[in-house]
Design a protein around this ligand. Structure first.
Ligand code: PHE
Length: 346
């Protein structure tokens, strides 16, 4: 019986090299398999005398246990190592980094600029009553903005006082609601919300965003309006940009102004490289509307226009974003197209 010889051979193999999982599988077949060494040793027992059987039987069993235990030991060590092994030289798994929508970034930035000068961020309703979007703002019943070509009306029973339900066509719908909410000035609101108008062309999407400033207190005048917009423009667009106010007409402000910002390309001169600036044509770009809150609107908000005065402005978020980035996007609808080639640029 060559048990001792096999044991030595087995021990040598175990010691000789770092055994892998597949080496161990081979060893198992060689020693413990159906045609393996241990089976062969058992089968030679049959030819031995009963005295030898008693002598070698237990020895073969002992060898079999030894082989089994030794292999199991090594296996469990390998298992442990593979759990804790960390290879710092492997290249990292790469994930595509996502980002927020560019307009979401713009909204965050605008609200943080205004929060630094004490303006409270609000978002008034997207589904709104006709009263807050028009009537409370001194917009008469026959005004063209109330036409369903200009505004999305919702098919819902009309309320006696509040009129129809509609999709808010501008953030000005929040003005009177903010007055009623706070009950008493001072009011400093920056209302940033989605607005809706039935337009769909290269410069309009039916859903867009506006941000509306509203400031009401005792002794508020146009210089405060101008100063606040200048502060915003310098922080959002850059220190060397200028603004100008142009007389305009809104029903809910009196006097009313359109606000322009000096063009960054031609620095407000209207001339670039010896010819007319192609971005602005005149040196100025239109930001949006503004004015001193009309006494009618203050009264709608239960504020006494003989004691308090205020101003409001409303600008488009998509518009200021494109103006700042200097992007001549030839189709504004790309913002809401879900096209990642455009969206992942920001
Ligand atoms: N609501 C006006 C618009 O959508 C903008 C505006 C806001 C004008 C506040 C004056 C005051 O065009």
């Amino acid at each position: 019986m060559d048990i001792e010889k096999y044991k030595q051979r087995f021990d040598q193999t175990i010691k000789s090299k770092g055994l892998s999982k597949s080496d161990l599988e081979e060893l198992k077949i060689e020693y413990l398999g159906r045609k393996g060494i241990i089976r062969q040793l058992f089968s030679t027992l049959a030819e031995l005398s009963s005295l030898d059987k008693k002598k070698y039987g237990p020895k073969i069993n002992e060898f079999k246990n030894y082989v089994q235990n030794t292999i199991a030991d090594i296996e469990s060590k390998l298992e442990q190592n593979s759990k804790t092994f960390f290879d710092p030289t492997l290249p990292k798994l790469s994930f595509k980094k996502g980002s927020l929508h560019p307009i979401t970034y713009a909204v965050e930035e605008i609200s943080s600029i205004f929060s630094k000068i004490g303006f409270v961020r609000m978002s008034y309703n997207e589904v709104e009553w006709e009263y807050f979007s028009f009537s409370a703002l001194n917009i008469p019943p026959d005004h063209p903005a109330r036409d369903d070509v200009e505004t999305f009306f919702i098919d819902y029973p009309k309320d006696k006082k509040l009129g129809h339900l509609l999709l808010s066509p501008h953030t000005s719908s929040g003005q009177v609601q903010e007055m009623l909410r706070l009950k008493q000035p001072p009011i400093r609101m920056i209302n940033i919300a989605k607005c809706y108008r039935p337009n769909w062309d290269t410069t309009h999407t039916p859903m867009f965003h506006q941000f509306e400033g509203l400031c009401i207190d005792k002794g508020i005048n146009i210089t405060h309006l101008k100063g606040t917009i200048e502060y915003f423009v310098k922080h959002y667009f850059g220190q060397n940009r200028k603004i100008r106010l142009r007389p305009y007409d809104f029903r809910f402000t009196e006097p009313s102004f359109e606000i322009d910002i000096s063009c960054a390309v031609c620095s407000g001169s209207g001339v670039y490289n010896g010819s007319n600036c192609r971005v602005c044509k005149s040196g100025w770009l239109e930001l949006g509307g503004s004015g001193m809150v009309h006494p009618f609107v203050l009264r709608s908000g239960k504020i006494d226009p003989d004691v308090y005065s205020g101003w409001a402005f409303g600008f488009g978020v998509e518009r200021v974003f494109l103006m700042r980035e200097g992007l001549q996007v030839d189709d504004l609808r790309v913002f809401y197209s879900g096209d990642l080639r455009f969206l992942s640029e920001f």
